[in-house]
Design a protein around this ligand. Structure first.
Ligand SMILES: [Zn+2]
Length: 157
């Protein structure tokens, strides 16, 4: 189903923030076809994680990668069973820099229910947080870090 791009998932987050993708646009991949279940998963992620974070800090939470159809996930070399493909995950960043991103991370750890938070860094200097939330089982509150896109280590803060 194609939902309106401007449709709100929560007060500050729209469908298009989850479906737009530079890689999809470049490669002619249609990333806008979403099932009602995937839409509900994105809504749950917004309501339980992204919106509370947005409201706590009072500043935009940018999504660099939200929903990924299988073709897009393959194009970005995502994990085989990536939660992005179910609409359960988003990669978020702050325009205020790494220090603020760290504050977001610590606040979420202490205050929110989530399945996984992954503190992502790369040698290039880019940093983001992968967040995911599930509705079909208990959320694990797992905290991990990843420096290379392949290996994950537990992160205790
Ligand atoms: Zn991710």
């Amino acid at each position: 189903m194609k939902y309106p791009a401007e449709m709100k998932l929560s007060p500050h987050f729209k469908v298009k923030e989850f479906t737009r993708s530079e890689t999809a646009a470049k490669r002619g991949i249609d990333n806008e076809d979403v099932t009602p279940v995937q839409l509900a998963n994105m809504q749950a992620l917004c309501e339980n994680v992204l919106e509370p974070l947005r409201q706590q800090f009072g500043e935009p939470v940018y999504i660099s990668s939200g929903y990924r159809c299988p073709a897009l996930n393959k194009a970005v070399k995502g994990a085989l069973k990536s939660q992005h493909m179910k609409g359960e995950a988003a990669d978020i960043y702050s325009k205020q820099g790494a220090k603020r991103l760290r504050e977001w991370y610590l606040w979420m750890v202490d205050n929110l229910v989530f399945d996984q938070l992954i503190w992502e860094t790369r040698p290039s200097g880019s940093k983001w947080i992968h967040v995911c939330y599930v509705t079909y089982r208990k959320n694990r509150h797992q905290k991990l870090q990843c420096k290379d896109g392949k290996t994950y280590q537990a992160l205790d803060n």
